[in-house]
Design a protein around this ligand. Structure first.
Ligand code: ADP
Length: 485
C-alpha cells in the first residue's frame, strides 16, 4: 500500500451518515495533503448544509435506542472501540503523521492518549449517580436523575486529529448522546479511521455521524438546528465566539475549548534543569501547535541568562524533518498560512527590539518547515506577547518579582494553561491561586491527562473535558419531586 498502512481499510474517503459511507451531494471534493511533502494523500467529500441536515436526522433517529441502553451496555461497546484503537495504534499514528505532520512517536502518544478518553468515560458513565435530597416537607420525596443532553454537534481542530475527537465522543457516547462530528479540513482521515473502528466495535449506525467539508455551512446547519442540543467545539476563540452567537437563538449547551496564551514563568529559585526540560516539552511539542503551549516565557532576572543558554543548547538538539523519519521530533507546521503567521510575529518582534538567539526563519527544508526559534527581550507592545504563536518560537521576557510577573501573566484575554517553576511553598500557593487560568503546571510542563479537568477561563472557553466533570457536560440533571402521602 502506498501509505504503508497494514490495514488499508482504515483509509476512508467518504463521510458517515446513519451508518452509510457517503459522498457529497454535489460531488465536490476536499484535498488532504501531507504538510511535510505537499503530496496529495486523499480527497474527502465537500459536504455542506444538506448533508449535515441528514446527519442530524440520523443522529436523532439513533438516539432513542442508544440512550435506553444501560451505562454498562454502552461501556462495553466503548471498551471494544478502545481496544480496537490500541490494536490499530501504529496505523492510526501513521495516518495522523501523514495528514498532520507531527513525529510518529508523538502521533503514537496521541493515539494512546486519545483512546484513554474512551476508556475513562466508559468507566465514568457507570457512576453518573443522581441524588436523593433529604426532604423539606413530610410526605414529599426529592430526587435527581441524570439524562443525556441529546444530539451533539462536535467540531474539532487539526492539531490533535485523534484526541480532540475522543475527548468529545467518549463522554458524549458514554452519557447516551449521539453525535454529528465535523473534523478539521486538514485532518479528516484520522476521524474517518476512528469511525471504521467504531463500526467494527458494534457501535450502532447513526450514533457517530461524520460530515467533512465546508466549515461555515456545516457549522451553520449544526447551530441552527433545534434538534442539536449541544455544541462541543475546540478551536480558535474567533470561531468559538461565532458558534456561541449562532447557538444563542436555540439556547444550546456549549463546551468551548478555545485559544490560549500560556505564561511559562521561571523564578530565580527554580531548578534550572527541570525548568528547561519543561519549557522544551511545553513549547516545542507538536512544533508549538497546541493551545496549552508556552506562549510567553517570563524568566526572572537572576536566572535569565543561564536559562536562555541552556534552552538554546537543548533547542540545538531538536531534529526538524518529515515526522515519518526516524529521530525527527519537529515536524512541519500545518500549512503555509501558519508559517506566514509565525514569520509575521517574529518580524514584528524583531522590528520592535527583540533579540534573535537562534532560528528566526523558514527551515532550509522549505515547504511548511520553520526553524525552532528563541527570542529574548520581548515586551508588551509586541504582537507575539498577545497573540497565540502556534509555532516553534520561544518568546522570552525578563522580569523582577512575583507581583510584576503575575500582572504581566494575567494581562491577556486568554486563560487556558499557565506554568511556573519555583521551590518556595508559599510562592507556589500564591502564584497558583493568582494566575487567571483554568490549569496550572507547577514545576511541570506537560499537564494533560484524561483523569484531570482540561479547560479554560476568560476567553479561553467554557466547560471542562476529561475527569469526572467531563461527563456532566453531556448530561442534564432532572429534579423529580414526589408527593408520597
Ligand atoms: P484553527 O485556527 O486552529 O484552524 P479554527 O477555529 O479555524 O482553528 O478551526 C477549528 C475547527 O473549526 C475546524 O474544524 C474548522 O473547520 C472549524 N471552523 C472554522 N470556521 C468555522 C465556522 N465558521 N463554523 C464552524 N466551524 C468552523
Amino acid at each position: 500500500h502506498p501509505m504503508g498502512l497494514s490495514d488499508t481499510d482504515l483509509l476512508r474517503t467518504k463521510g458517515v451518515i446513519g451508518g452509510a459511507w457517503v459522498g457529497a451531494d454535489a460531488g465536490g471534493l476536499l484535498d488532504v495533503r501531507n504538510p511535510a511533502t505537499g503530496v496529495l494523500l486523499a480527497q474527502v467529500p465537500m459536504m455542506g448544509a444538506a448533508e449535515t441536515g441528514r446527519a442530524i436526522d440520523a443522529a436523532a433517529a439513533a438516539l432513542p435506542s442508544w440512550r435506553v441502553l444501560t451505562a454498562q451496555e454502552r461501556a462495553k461497546l466503548l471498551m471494544g472501540w478502545h481496544d480496537l484503537m490500541l490494536d490499530a495504534a501504529d496505523d492510526l499514528a501513521l495516518l495522523l503523521t501523514l495528514e498532520q505532520g507531527k513525529s510518529l512517536a508523538e502521533a503514537k502518544g496521541e493515539i494512546i492518549y486519545g483512546a484513554s478518553f474512551i476508556r475513562w468515560f466508559a468507566e465514568e458513565a457507570r457512576r453518573s449517580y443522581g441524588d436523593v435530597i433529604p426532604t423539606h416537607k413530610r410526605g414529599s420525596r426529592l430526587i435527581t436523575i441524570k439524562q443525556p443532553v441529546g444530539v451533539v454537534g462536535a467540531i474539532t481542530p487539526w492539531n490533535f486529529p485523534n484526541a480532540m475527537i475522543t475527548r468529545k465522543l467518549g463522554p458524549a457516547l458514554a452519557a447516551g448522546c449521539t453525535v454529528v462530528l465535523k473534523p478539521a479540513e486538514a485532518t479528516p482521515l484520522s476521524a474517518l479511521a476512528l469511525a471504521v473502528l467504531a463500526e467494527r466495535a458494534g457501535i450502532p449506525a447513526g450514533v457517530i455521524n461524520i460530515v467533512t467539508g465546508d466549515p461555515v455551512a456545516i457549522g451553520g446547519a449544526l447551530t441552527a438546528s433545534p434538534v442539536v442540543r449541544k455544541i462541543s467545539f475546540t478551536g480558535s476563540t474567533r470561531v468559538g465566539r461565532l458558534l456561541m452567537a449562532q447557538s444563542a437563538p436555540t439556547v444550546k449547551r456549549l463546551s468551548l475549548e478555545l485559544g490560549g496564551n500560556a505564561p511559562f514563568i521561571v523564578f530565580d529559585d527554580a531548578d534550572l534543569g527541570p525548568a528547561v526540560a519543561g519549557a522544551m516539552a511545553s513549547k516545542y511539542r507538536n512544533s508549538g501547535q497546541t493551545c496549552v503551549c508556552a506562549n510567553r516565557l517570563f524568566v526572572e532576572d537572576g536566572i535569565h541568562d543561564a536559562f536562555v543558554a541552556k534552552l538554546t543548547e537543548e533547542v540545538g538538539k531538536l531534529k526538524v524533518g518529515n515526522g515519518c523519519d526516524l529521530g525527527v521530533n519537529q515536524g512541519p507546521l500545518i500549512n503555509k498560512a501558519a508559517v506566514e503567521k509565525v514569520e509575521e510575529l517574529v518580524a514584528d518582534a524583531l522590528e520592535k527590539g527583540a533579540t534573535l538567539v537562534t532560528g528566526g526563519k523558514r527551515h532550509e527544508l522549505g515547504g511548511c518547515f520553520y526553524e525552532p526559534t528563541i527570542l529574548t527581550g520581548i515586551t508588551g507592545d509586541m504582537r507575539i506577547a498577545h497573540e497565540e504563536i502556534f509555532g516553534p518560537v520561544a518568546a522570552i521576557q525578563r522580569f523582577r518579582g512575583e507581583e510584576e510577573v503575575l500582572r504581566l501573566a494575567n494581562d491577556t484575554e486568554f486563560g487556558l494553561a499557565a506554568y511556573f517553576y519555583s521551590r518556595d511553598l508559599g510562592r507556589i500557593w500564591r502564584v497558583a491561586e493568582g494566575l487567571e487560568s483554568g490549569m496550572v503546571g507547577v514545576n511541570e510542563g506537560l499537564i494533560s491527562t484524561e483523569i484531570a479537568p482540561f479547560g479554560g477561563v476568560k476567553q479561553s472557553g467554557l466547560g471542562r473535558e476529561g475527569s469526572s466533570l467531563g461527563l456532566d457536560e453531556y448530561l442534564e440533571v432532572k429534579y423529580i419531586s414526589m408527593a408520597v402521602g
